[in-house]
Design a protein around this ligand. Structure first.
Ligand code: SF4
Ligand code: F3S
Ligand code: FES
Length: 247
């Protein structure tokens, strides 16, 4: 913004609701905030809470696109508030909580509980019985290219954007979503995980797993970490078909 230009006045329309207050109901409230250079939606929300309404609920931890806690719908699209610059948006900005997750209040959701349930259900940790019996067993060597491929998938920050952007989960709440399939692809690639293809088939070889995905592609579009979700879902589908045909 040049010195001569007047800053824009942003109109922030926020969907507000306290599900714990029986007298409350979902409604929109509008706040006006003067735009500043380099302003993100996280800064906007901080301004509102500090100067206009200290009861506004929203989440953030890292402010750097790492913790995943500030995900919300911005003009209807799931994204991270802390990585969204206001200058990329019109003056009118609509904010709403991510759907599907338990609502704590206003823009704050409990995606952590959902992700914890998913991680337990898919057992997202290395399974190696030999290692469990012998803690002195040396970790296997891994080619750097494979380590890089696994690291790429490990960049998921469990923000929930892909869940909110997936039409299939709206219809089938038990579908593990792209986040779940990405995690399975990550462990299946890892040579330290000794689960067999048949064991993976038990986990995701059905309509709530890889065969539930209708290739709607919203997940990859909205993933703030640009994870290769589509190619990994295709990889799992091929693996599952091979395993299913064997069984
Ligand atoms: Fe977020 Fe992407 Fe992980 Fe989905 S896969 S939870 S959109 S980082
Ligand atoms: Fe949903 Fe992504 Fe599949 S949006 S249907 S998980 S391709
Ligand atoms: Fe951590 Fe936005 S505050 S990702």
């Amino acid at each position: 913004m040049s010195e001569l230009e007047k800053p824009r006045i942003l109109k922030i329309h926020v969907l507000r609701f306290d599900p714990h207050n029986p007298n409350d109901f979902p409604h929109m409230e509008t706040f006006e905030v003067e735009e500043a250079d380099g302003m993100t939606l996280y800064i906007v929300l901080g301004e509102i809470r500090e100067h206009l309404d200290n009861s506004l609920k929203f989440d953030f931890v890292c402010r750097a696109g790492i913790c995943g806690s500030c995900a919300m719908l911005v003009n209807g699209r799931p994204t991270l508030a802390c990585r969204t610059l206001t200058k990329k948006l019109d003056e009118d900005i609509t904010l709403a909580p991510l759907p599907l997750f338990e609502l704590i209040g206003d823009l704050s959701i409990n995606s952590g509980a959902w992700m914890q349930g998913l991680n337990k259900r898919l057992e997202t940790w290395i399974h190696d019985k030999e290692q469990e019996l012998n803690i002195n067993k040396l970790e296997e060597r891994m080619e750097p290219e494979l380590a890089d491929e696994i690291y790429e998938l490990d960049r998921c920050i469990e923000c929930g954007c892909c869940v909110a952007g997936c039409g299939t989960i709206q219809m089938k709440p038990d579908f593990v979503g792209a986040v779940g399939l990405n995690k399975i692809a990550r462990y299946h690639l890892d040579p330290r995980d000794k689960r067999t293809d048949e064991e993976y088939y038990e986990l995701i070889g059905d309509e709530n797993g890889v065969f539930g995905c209708m290739t709607l592609l919203g997940c990859e579009d909205v993933c703030p970490k640009s994870l290769p979700l589509q190619s990994k879902i295709a990889y799992l589908r091929r693996m599952m078909l091979r395993t299913g045909l064997k069984g």
